[in-house]
Write a protein that binds this ligand. Structure first.
Ligand code: ZN
Length: 191
């Protein structure tokens, strides 16, 4: 089985898993004109010779416009794996999607996807929680969401107590037994 090298990068579905060399390597204060590089990517994380030129007119009201983007090494705040925040991806973020230059990329793509899924889950939880009357199915769905969010560390374990009392009052349901089991597992794991 191929072993994962310690310097491997988490693959990006669009840009791949290795730096994209462009041969462009502008330096700040090189005296050849104004070069401003992104403060989120200091020299120690920039991959040399991967720069692409920015279109500063498309950046969102920058205090200081960034003139070039470099492929930059990052460590994911969630899974701690290494990944690349690609120059082309930065250009896309700051010039096409309209993200401000302040926004930084701190998660690898799989963790970004997971986080988006959890955000949806949390929204669903809050919508259900706000209902005055929930059907039996909605109660079940509420508990399912809550357990997922606790397991992912987005909700604290206090939520489990609330879910425990909800399950005690719940009407008979084919999923009840499984939810009790899952709740106990999460409780065990969080001790
Ligand atoms: Zn990650």
């Amino acid at each position: 089985m191929p072993r994962k090298k310690s310097d491997d990068f988490v693959p990006h579905p669009r840009y791949g898993d290795e730096p994209r060399l462009t041969g462009l390597n502008p330096k700040e204060n090189s005296g050849t004109g104004k070069v401003y590089l992104h403060w989120h990517s200091p020299s120690e994380v920039r991959v040399p010779n991967t720069a692409i030129a920015a279109d500063t007119s498309r950046q969102l009201q920058p205090t200081i416009a960034v003139t070039h983007y470099f492929d930059s090494r990052r460590r994911c705040v969630d899974c701690r794996d290494s990944f690349l925040f690609f120059a082309a991806e930065q250009k896309y973020w700051y010039e096409v999607l309209g993200f401000p230059l302040e926004s930084n990329c701190v998660r690898c793509v799989p963790c970004r996807k997971k986080q988006r899924g959890l955000e949806t889950q949390r929204q669903r939880y809050e919508d259900l929680f706000a209902l005055e009357d929930r059907t039996a199915n909605q109660d079940i769905e509420l508990v399912e969401s809550a357990l997922t969010l606790v397991a992912a560390g987005m909700f604290g374990t206090r939520t489990l107590e609330r879910m425990r009392s909800l399950l005690k009052q719940a009407e008979p349901h084919r999923k009840l037994e499984g939810l009790w089991r899952r709740l106990r597992e999460i409780e065990e794991a969080s001790r």
